[in-house]
Design a protein. Structure first.
Length: 1114
């Protein structure tokens, strides 16, 4: 509700009819402004209302008015001079029309049929009545304005069309039809509001941007109940978000902006209220807006940390107005998706495993005919001894999830405040996993005097999550290896072990014991504190000071107990091994991180003669980051009850590290605009980083951009369907200093703790005794320097059809040079690690397309938005090196992390075919995969490997469909990727792998002599110790992981204001929501979204979530 609208309405209702012709005296001085601005100024200072036909009058045309205590008529004459438009005053209405249109005596004179009376109400998106909204019969001047409750009444002809408008909102066209009552909901028009977008160290009007920026607002986030704020970026133009799993407390996503530009850290810089802070640590309900800076023009002011893009998060603050309470919650259930479809008939499994071993040529199989027959009979009489367990059903269950958020806000001219509290409880779909989180956000500002304004922000995130002692990957692996004949519990409740033994093959640990026993608790507290001050100096100079603290404390407590499982026939006990050790042990790990950021800016801006708009910003920042880590482990506990370290008695070990890094920066920006038509911007940043040697610590990163708003040109003014049209281009350079500390000096170690826990000491004999020593374990290069990313961007932005149709297209070229990469040293130097050097160059070229359309048909409203990004990734240079890492290759001219493997061209059908084909192995037989002899040497070796696809998607896309009818809203969000591949490792490519399960498709699709060429899988084998060709790394197991997923579907109902008459509840919205509802993909057996560098088969599964909740404002 706007006070100005209320006062205007009250004034209009008290003016007598005799004042209709009153001559108002107006003063204004507007040069090269739009007609719309003049009309708004007149409406603001008089009782008159304007009516016009959009098809006849373009209110965006430029005009000028200079009046001092002039009459209304004089102002109108100036405003419409040389425009081809005229005005006519009828009662309190001013009609603007083309000079070719004849005059009318009264708006009703335009009716072509007998009028009838209708009533209605106009509200905003929150259900609040809009006071003073204009309601006009389209094509006429017959109209009215809404009262204090948003109600109106109007006489209309049959089949009338209403145009409902209000300053700052999108106009709505409503077909009346035979209705006698019309309900209208208006949404904010961000273009008419001159939408402001958060940019580096400030804000800019969206229409004046010359860089590539994507943005999200609070309304978008509200319609997607998400557990992690990183999920909010899915579907954003130019951004690829990979959600690799849904483990409670550890479900963060991987974010890539415009591709993968380096061989090192590709994560974007994330700033929350100007300070670096993890996005997943911010409650989605506390976010007001997110801006994604994608090109050098928008990112260069952040210099050496911005090469991978920048994500700017602005949290919600208080607003002037009375005290308000917002409460949001949701409750729901989660279901695991894309679980493997294993054979859980124990007899069938044993028979198929035997068959696999026979297919390998083995004479002895694991399960005798007598054992299989015994099991068949036993299942009928003793389900404990002879179980038929589906371990996926045992270990995965539907899980509860809920979240509550409450915000208190308000303020006045001197002080604003916002305090937000949040609580989330999420059980895991995998047994033994859960999470609880608590959030706090405080945002306050105080206007101390006319010059000084201060503010304080606090954002805190405390989380506890539990997982199995052995970790999620181990538990998932053991769940997949638990066969139907593996029992759960003995009759007296102890963990049971099967009597079926296959030494060397059934590598198995009891999943229930792994999930339910011991402790593996993670506690983390992240806190962001930001103090700010703004002081207005003389000559329109503004000084800003920000001091930010980012504090992170993390504690892991793990205890592996002594737990036993008992063989059902002999009662033999066997200890469950948790993480490779056969004794009780406890571990505690502590991490602490304190990052301090201080930045100062001076800014100045002035517009000269409404023509030259100049803004200048200069600043200095200092950032330090202090990290410490400590861990301790001990064994020898007397029991499972006491977990403290001092209760252990043997094999204690401790470890610790500490580090400090510093970044010092000078930066600046200059903006110039000529008549809001020609736009120029220049940025620079001069960074000094302690991560490099003294002679290479400083780097300068500039950018330049320009924009041309064609819609402001005179030759475009007579094209009414063009609302806004802008061309823009930018060029700039960014840096990347995200490498390990001290990589410019040789690495010296006193001892090395290896991955298996073993320790290598560097002790030497001296004077007849062993003395402690140290050794250089890695050479480094003192001359390493910044990675540099050079970006070029060209784009066009258009808003057409009165702002209903939005369109943007841009081409970008992103090239990163001097990429830091470890150099491999020859064996002659003693196995030392090679140095990091600037040896690489990577290119990402592509384009982005975004389109959106919104409109209304009567009470029905609709909006469709879609975007897509195409990226071609290529390694330009590795200084002649080719780097092979397992199934991946880095090679000049190819994308990063391309698959490098044999190419399968079919399945051998006969011995004759094998004889007439290139030699593979002596064990090759019918049913085995057949590979292409790439180099033509007559044999299949590793030299025949080819590049076969990659892990970086070429196209990412997303689209929204939003529908509304009266108080109902339905929204759907889809996201997808194309041309991306993943490798079917483990259970995908190696069934029965060391006791792993057998997917059901092998029962019907594996090669047999009878199936022959109709088989879609090779012959079934076990992989264990078998030399057949099926399990060599080859593209037969490469899956197309392209997908389109319905990420979010929400139906909501805004309870009408007429039902909230008590005044206590101002707004009430109820909703139901579903996430990850459908997925369309050629990859059917595993989740295609869990594709991060190939395969991830033992990761936590994705979930489908159903929730219901309410949003209430008091």
């Amino acid at each position: 509700m706007k006070i100005s609208a209320l006062l205007s309405l009250a004034f209009a209702c008290t003016v007598s009819a005799s004042t209709y012709g009153q001559n108002y005296k107006l003063s204004m001085n507007k040069q090269d402004c739009s007609i719309s601005e003049v009309l708004k100024e007149i409406e603001k200072n008089s009782e008159y209302t304007f009516f016009l036909n959009d098809n006849q009058v373009n209110v965006n045309r430029k005009t000028s008015v200079k009046a001092n205590n002039a009459s209304l008529e004089e102002v109108l004459e100036q405003a419409l001079k040389n425009t081809g438009y005229q005005y006519e005053i009828v009662d309190r209405q001013i009609i603007i029309k083309s000079k070719s249109v004849s005059s009318v005596s009264h708006p009703n004179a335009l009716f072509q049929s007998s009028p009838r009376k209708i009533t209605g109400q106009v509200k905003d998106a929150l259900g609040e009545p809009i006071i003073g909204a204009n309601v006009v019969v389209k094509g006429t001047t017959n109209g009215t304005i809404t009262d204090i409750d948003g109600n109106f009444s109007l006489e209309v002809p049959d089949n009338a069309i209403l145009v409902v408008s209000y300053i700052g909102y999108t106009d709505r066209t409503v077909e009346v039809g035979n209705s006698s009552k019309v309900m209208v909901s208006l949404s904010e028009d961000t273009q008419k509001l001159d939408e402001v977008v958060v940019v580096g160290y400030g804000t800019q009007k969206k229409v004046n941007l010359t860089g590539a920026i994507s943005s999200l607002d609070a309304e978008t986030l509200e319609n997607r109940p998400i557990t992690n704020s990183t999920q909010a970026l899915q579907g954003t133009q130019g951004v690829y978000v990979n959600q690799a799993g849904a483990q409670p407390g550890a479900d963060g996503a991987t974010i890539r902006i415009r591709g993968q530009g380096t061989l090192n850290d590709n994560n974007p810089l994330i700033l929350v209220d100007g300070i670096e802070f993890p996005l997943e640590a911010v409650n989605p309900n506390d976010i007001e807006s997110i801006s994604v800076l994608k090109d050098a023009a928008s990112s260069a002011i952040y210099g050496s940390r911005a090469a991978n893009g920048v994500v700017l998060v602005k949290t919600k603050g208080g607003k002037k107005g009375k005290f308000t309470v917002d409460y949001n919650n949701y409750f729901g259930v989660q279901q695991a998706t894309y679980l493997p479809n294993f054979v859980y008939d124990p007899v069938v499994f044993m028979e198929m495993r035997n068959q696999a071993q026979r297919n390998e040529g083995k004479l002895t199989v694991d399960y005798s005919d007598a054992l299989i027959e015994e099991y068949k009979q036993g299942m009928l009489t003793d389900p404990i001894m002879y179980p038929q367990n589906n371990w996926l059903d045992i270990m995965y269950n539907n899980a509860f999830i809920m979240e509550h958020n409450m915000r208190f806000s308000g303020g006045d001219d001197k002080y604003t405040y916002s305090v937000s509290l949040g609580y989330g409880d999420q059980n895991g779909v995998l047994r033994g996993t859960d999470s609880n989180k608590y959030t706090l956000a405080v945002n306050t500002t105080a206007q101390v005097n006319s010059r000084l304004k201060i503010g304080a922000n606090i954002n805190a995130h405390y989380q506890i999550y539990n997982e199995p002692v052995a970790g999620v990957a181990n538990l998932v692996e053991m769940t997949y290896k638990a066969q139907a004949f593996h029992p759960t519990y003995t009759a007296d409740g102890r963990y049971a072990d099967t009597f079926i033994r296959t030494p060397g093959h059934n590598i198995y640990r009891h999943p229930l014991a792994l999930a339910d026993e011991g402790e593996n608790k993670h506690k983390s507290l992240r806190m962001l504190a930001n103090l700010s001050a703004e002081y207005k100096l003389p000559f329109d100079i503004v000084y800003n000071l920000n001091v930010g603290l980012n504090k992170y404390d993390y504690l892991q407590s793990r205890f592996a107990p002594d737990v036993y499982e008992y063989q059902l026939k002999t009662n033999e006990e066997k200890r469950v091994v948790y993480d490779g050790q056969n004794t009780r042990h406890a571990y505690k790990g502590d991490k602490n991180d304190l990052a301090v950021t201080v930045f100062n800016t001076l800014s100045w801006g002035k517009k000269f003669n409404d023509t030259h708009d100049v803004k200048v910003l200069a600043g200095y920042s200092f950032e330090s980051d202090d990290k410490t880590e400590f861990s301790a482990k001990v064994e020898g506990f007397l029991g499972n009850e006491l977990h403290e370290l001092n209760a252990g008695s043997s094999n204690p070990s401790v470890a610790g590290t500490s580090s400090r890094s510093v970044l010092m920066s000078y930066f600046g920006r200059v903006n110039y605009g000529y008549k809001d038509r020609y736009l120029f911007e220049g940025n620079f940043r001069y960074d000094g980083s302690s991560r490099f040697a003294k002679g290479n610590r400083w780097g300068i990163f500039p950018s330049f951009s320009a924009g041309w708003r064609l819609s402001e040109e005179e030759f475009m003014k007579d094209i009414p369907w063009i609302y806004n049209l802008k061309l823009r281009a930018s060029w700039g350079q960014l840096g990347n200093e995200r490498i390990d500390l001290f990589r410019y000096v040789d690495l010296m170690n006193l001892k090395v703790i290896k991955n298996d826990g073993s320790i290598t000491d560097y002790n030497y004999p001296l004077n007849g005794a062993m003395q402690s020593g140290a050794a250089i374990t890695a050479y480094n290069d003192p001359n390493i320097t910044w990675e540099t990313t050079t970006m070029t961007n060209v784009g066009i932005d258009a808003s057409l059809l009165n702002g209903n149709l939005d369109f943007s297209f841009e081409f970008f070229d992103k090239r990163t040079s001097d990429i830091l990469r470890k150099v491999t040293l020859p064996d002659q130097v003693g196995g030392l690690d090679g140095p990091i050097r600037n040896i690489g160059e990577v290119s990402n070229k592509g384009f982005e397309l975004n389109m959106g359309y919104r409109n209304n048909i009567g009470d029905f409203r609709y909006e469709v938005n879609g975007n897509m990004t195409f990226i071609k990734n290529k390694i330009v240079s590795l200084k002649g090196q080719t780097i092979i890492d397992g199934m991946f290759i880095l090679e000049e001219g190819k994308p990063i992390d391309s698959y490098y493997m044999l190419h399968a061209i079919g399945i051998f059908q006969s011995e004759e075919e094998i004889k007439n084909s290139p030699y593979q192995t002596a064990a090759t037989k019918p049913g085995y995969l057949k590979f292409e002899d790439t180099n033509g040497d007559g044999k299949i070796t590793e030299d025949d490997r080819q590049i076969r696809g990659g892990v970086i998607p070429k196209i990412t896309y997303g689209f929204n469909i939003n529908l509304g009818y009266k108080d109902w809203d339905l929204g759907a969000f889809f996201q997808g990727v194309t041309d991306v591949y993943t490798y079917g490792d483990r259970i995908g490519a190696t069934p029965l792998w060391f006791g792993c399960g057998l997917p059901e498709q092998w029962l019907t699709d594996a090669w047999t002599p009878e199936r022959g060429t109709s088989a879609t899988l090779p012959i079934l084998t076990t992989y264990e110790g078998c030399l057949n060709e099926n399990f060599r790394t080859n593209d037969f197991w490469l899956r197309n992981a392209s997908y389109l997923r319905l990420k979010n579907l929400q139906l909501s109902y805004n309870v009408p204001a007429s039902f909230l008459k008590s005044g206590v509840v101002k707004r009430l919205k109820v909703f139901v929501n579903a996430q990850n509802l459908f997925t369309f993909s050629p990859m059917k057996d595993f989740d295609p979204e869990k594709n991060l560098k190939g395969s991830n088969w033992y990761a936590y599964p994705s979930v489908r979530t159903y929730t219901a909740g309410v949003n209430v404002t008091f």
